[in-house]
Design a protein around this ligand. Sequence first.
Ligand code: NDP
Length: 285
Amino acid sequence: MAFIIDGKKVSAQIREQIAADTQKLLAETGVCPGLAVVIVGEDPASKVYVKNKKKGCGQVGFYSEEYALPEQTSQEELLALLDRLNADSKIHGILVQLPLPRHLDEKTVIERILPAKDVDAFHASNVGKIMIGDYDFLPCTPAGVMELLRSEKISAQGKECVVVGRSNIVGKPMAMLLLHENGTVTIAHSKTKNLAEVTRRADILVSAVGRAKFITADMVKPGAVVIDVGMNRDEQGKLCGDVDFALVEPVASYLTPVPGGVGPMTISMLLKNTLTSAQKAAKKG
Ligand code: NDP
């Protein structure tokens, strides 16, 4: 029977620390961390994420601004808003909720955010820094996974780590962080042959695919640590991860639930990055 890692609990502890550090920063320098969240269009899932991010800011005492722009917003209008936020000293973190409507160019938009305010760590300059292991921010979801492992004193050192999924926002940086922790890392994707054979090698298995019940018991080595990044809907429309929880739970040693696993950690890491950015800005004066 797997130990279920409680992402809500770990996340609450991290937010308590962020709230305390925010008070300290405010008392010592007068700087209050500020996060601007920009959403374009009406995607219901994105709206939920934005609501949770705003709530998270309130919990830790941040200043926050939310820009809900209409679907037909032009690229020029969006870039002009980002330029304004880049120049605004009250704002230390800027997040543009993805995906954007199809007529907007995601790459151009991400590259317009100042790297120092890119608290998602999606800007090419921040991605490059992560690659060489000398970074200011880590991408929120992979950083959240590493915090969950740390919370249970699970080390990746010398372990076989398999990450399923190779997106720029989850899979690739996840693999890089496990590598920084001295794991022996394999990245699997849709063209991987004999996937179950690959995943069965894993001491630490991270799934970031986006398909319900994708990771089944026969894909998991007995005693493996299984981290479920997926956020999907099952046949009943209920939120679920990539892992077939009921079947994998008896096989794994540790398992993260969905909801209540990686999800809450992602927002906590976003808050942490915003605090880091504010602390750096306060130092510069
Ligand atoms: P993407 O769709 O960008 O990437 C999915 C990856 O899964 C791709 O690399 C793809 O391979 C791979 N894949 C798809 N089918 C298979 C298959 N049959 N076998 C092996 N690999 C496969 O998704 P994201 O990385 O953005 O997100 C992944 C999941 O994580 C989603 O459910 C998303 O909702 C969730 N998520 C959760 C977050 C959280 O806070 N908990 C935050 C961000 C995402 P290929 O590259 O070959 O196409």
